[in-house]
Structure formats: structure tokens, C-alpha cells
Design a protein around this ligand. Structure first.
Ligand SMILES: NC(=O)c1ccc[n+]([C@@H]2O[C@H](COP(=O)([O-])OP(=O)(O)OC[C@H]3O[C@@H](n4cnc5c(N)ncnc54)[C@H](O)[C@@H]3O)[C@@H](O)[C@H]2O)c1
Length: 303
């Protein structure tokens, strides 16, 4: 997708973090913008900011885990702007814990947002984009699915998140191949950020009421403290990631990384597979981090 002006962008998770920055850039590029988020006040802040500067914008409160709500978002998009060109399936939530301790509700919540949100986005918007491609001369579309470096690596104590993000990489690679198979004028990219300061470590603010009464496990509490530390000390900003993402869309790049130097760990994982080794120690370079994680788990469990 080489030009953005006048085209229609849909962004989920637009109330915060990467989603809000995607919205700001889309507005700067004079796109028509559709914002979606589960958190009404944050969504309204983004909408107001864009509308103030004269951007054609609509906002809809949506739980991306719901196919019906994504269908309603698509209907609102077509009603307001008549077409769709650029879709960011970006809404997501963080989650930690030892993989056998996570409750069914945890699995359902995180897979619902991080995986089903992307599935619904793809199965709802791609047919509309294909239809627009048949109708509009010089149509160009693009889909960006937000995964994570956790979609390519499997750090301990964050199993549900890893599973959800690996599935998004798989879905997006397949989407790319399917679009090429039918020679559609639609590109696809998968965004794999590492630690970037956003609201991700406070994801429970938007957890469903079914989780409200559920005590976090010791491992989840430890995971949250550690991920807060890692995310808040991230040097790459959400603005940097959003700018890199738009560049990648324009250049039709598939894999988008915030921290390309971390790809050495992906290479090690691939070598583990090819050489049929057991998975390498993720803390090989920083055994002190593993030791302090173990110590924190023991201390938290004995509370
Ligand atoms: N920040 C990081 O370090 C990092 C790293 C890798 C991947 N990611 C991914 O980036 C994406 C964006 O997260 P972020 O870091 O900007 O965090 P964020 O919390 O700042 O933004 C996420 C947005 O998604 C919304 N949301 C949550 N549940 C939703 C639901 N059910 N339906 C609709 N919207 C919902 C939230 O209200 C929030 O506005 C996520 O998919 C996340 O997994 C973030």
C-alpha cells in the first residue's frame, strides 16, 4: 500500500499504546479513521483528539473477542466511509503464570482477545476488502496483525500469552500466502514488538467480570512485577513502533520488529529445532535474572 490519503483505516485497541499511535499517524496521513476499543473513556480521548484536528473519524466500543461486535464494527465502517483499506488487528492483553496453573477463564480471556480478536478481524474485514478491490479502481489494502516477540520465542511463566501470539504469527503467515494465492491487491504484515512502554502491564483493567473474583497466582503476581519492570524500562517508544509499522506497510514488508537485535534468540530457537536439541536456556546470557525469578517465585509462594 503506497498511498494513504483519503483511504480508510480501522484500528482495534485504539484507546492506548500502539493503537493510539497508529490512529495519530493515520490522521496525519489524512486517512479516514475507524477506532475501536473495549475501554470507552480511552477510546473517546483518541476520537476527540483526531476529530479536533478535522480528521473524519468514528469510534465504536467493541470487545474484539466477539464476532458479532466485530461484524457491527465493519457495518459501521462501511456506513460511515463506504470502504476499508488498512486494518490493524491490534487489541491485546498481557498475561503471566505457570502454564498448568492458569485457569480456564484466564485462557478464555487472553485467547479471546489476542487470538479470536485477530481471527474475527481477518474473517470479517478481508471479504469486505476483496469486495472493495473488485469495485474500486487501483484498490490497495493491507492488514497488520499485532503479535509479539512472544510469537517467536517461548519465555517461561507466560504460556497463554506465548500461545496466543504464536497463533497470530501462524495466522498472518497463512493469510499472506492465501492472499498471494488468489493474487489479491492486499498486503499483510505481522508486528512483533519486544518490551515497549504502553498500558499492557495493566491489562487486567479490561478483564471480564468473570475474572474479577479470581485471585492471581503467586507466579502471576511475580510475572506482573517483572513484566512491568521490563516494559517500563523499554527504550523504544510506541511512537517509534507505530512509525516503523507504517513504513513497513508502505514498503510491503511482512515481519515488523521493534528490536531487531533480539532476533538472535529466534535464531537460537530455530537451531534448537533443526538440530533437535532441547529448548535453549532463555537466561543463558543472564543467569542472574533466572535466579532472581526463581527466588521471587519461592518467596511469593511462601506468603
Ligand atoms: N507493549 C509491549 O511491550 C508489547 C510487546 C509485544 C506485543 N504487544 C502487543 O501490542 C498490542 C497493543 O498493546 P499495547 O502494548 O499498546 O497495550 P495497551 O494496553 O496500551 O493497549 C491495548 C488496548 O487494547 C484494548 N483492549 C483490551 N482488551 C480489549 C478487547 N477485548 N476488545 C477491544 N479492545 C481491547 C485496551 O483497552 C487498550 O486500549 C497488543 O496486542 C499487545 O499484546 C505489546
Amino acid at each position: 500500500m503506497h498511498s494513504f490519503k483519503g483511504r480508510v483505516a480501522v484500528i482495534t485497541g485504539a484507546g492506548s499504546g500502539f493503537g493510539r499511535e497508529f490512529a495519530r499517524i493515520a490522521a496525519r496521513l489524512e486517512m479516514k479513521v475507524v477506532l475501536a476499543d473495549i475501554q470507552a473513556d480511552a477510546l473517546e480521548e483518541t476520537r476527540e483528539e483526531l476529530a479536533k484536528d478535522g480528521t473524519p473519524v468514528i469510534a465504536q466500543q467493541v470487545d474484539v473477542a466477539s464476532g458479532e461486535q466485530i461484524a457491527a464494527l465493519a457495518a459501521a465502517t462501511i456506513k460511515a466511509f463506504g470502504s476499508v483499506h488498512l486494518v490493524f488487528n491490534n487489541a491485546g492483553v498481557g498475561s503471566g503464570g505457570l502454564v498448568w496453573e492458569n485457569s480456564v477463564r484466564d485462557w478464555e480471556w487472553v485467547l479471546g482477545v489476542n487470538l479470536w480478536g485477530v481471527i474475527h478481524g481477518v474473517r470479517t474485514f478481508v471479504p469486505l476488502m476483496l469486495e472493495a478491490a473488485r469495485r474500486e479502481k487501483d484498490y490497495a489494502g493491507h492488514i497488520v496483525n499485532t503479535s509479539s516477540m512472544a510469537g517467536l520465542l517461548n519465555a517461561p511463566n507466560m504460556g497463554i500469552y506465548n500461545v496466543s501470539k504464536h497463533a497470530v504469527v501462524s495466522l498472518t503467515e497463512t493469510l499472506y500466502q492465501d492472499l498471494r494465492l488468489i493474487e489479491a491487491p492486499i498486503g499483510a504484515s505481522v508486528l512483533c514488538p519486544y518490551f515497549v512502554p504502553t498500558g499492557i502491564t495493566e491489562s487486567r483493567r479490561n478483564a471480564p467480570s468473570t475474572l474479577a473474583g479470581e485471585q492471581q497466582t503467586a507466579a502471576q503476581r511475580v510475572g506482573q512485577v517483572l513484566s512491568k519492570k521490563a516494559v517500563s524500562s523499554g527504550k523504544v517508544s510506541a511512537v517509534d513502533v507505530a512509525e516503523r509499522t507504517f513504513e513497513a506497510v508502505q514498503g510491503d514488508e511482512f515481519y515488523i520488529f521493534s528490536h531487531p537485535h533480539a532476533l538472535g534468540n529466534v535464531e537460537t530457537r530455530m537451531q534448537d529445532i533443526i538440530q533437535m536439541r532441547v529448548p535453549s536456556d532463555p537466561f543463558a546470557a543472564r543467569p542472574d535474572v533466572r535466579d532472581s525469578l526463581r527466588a521471587s517465585l519461592r518467596a511469593e509462594e511462601s506468603k
